[in-house]
Design a binder for this molecule. Structure first.
Ligand code: FES
Length: 84
């Protein structure tokens, strides 16, 4: 069975202005580079109601808080390891 990973990045105004704008670009590039575009559905999301702990990313419904450009690659390496 092929299961698709759903990944949503919060593009609500708080998360967007605190770095998710650039992190979203990085994630798109990352998925392309690792040939994961058909295994991961990546979308922008509205405010997740968790601005205080943001910027936020959700992977299969699990929210990962406080993401930033410096740390996102290791998060993706860890979370998507089983897909590679
Ligand atoms: S803007 Fe991202 S949780 Fe509110």
């Amino acid at each position: 069975m092929i299961s698709v990973t759903e990944m949503q990045i919060c593009l609500g105004s708080s998360c967007f202005s605190r770095g998710n704008k650039d992190v979203a670009v990085f994630i798109k590039e990352y998925l392309k580079k690792h040939h994961l575009e058909d295994k991961v559905v990546f979308r922008g999301a509205r405010c997740m109601g968790n601005c205080t702990n943001g910027p936020n990313l959700s992977i299969n419904g699990k929210i990962i808080e406080g993401i930033n450009l410096a740390g996102i690659e290791s998060i993706l390496d860890r979370e998507l390891a089983k897909l590679k």
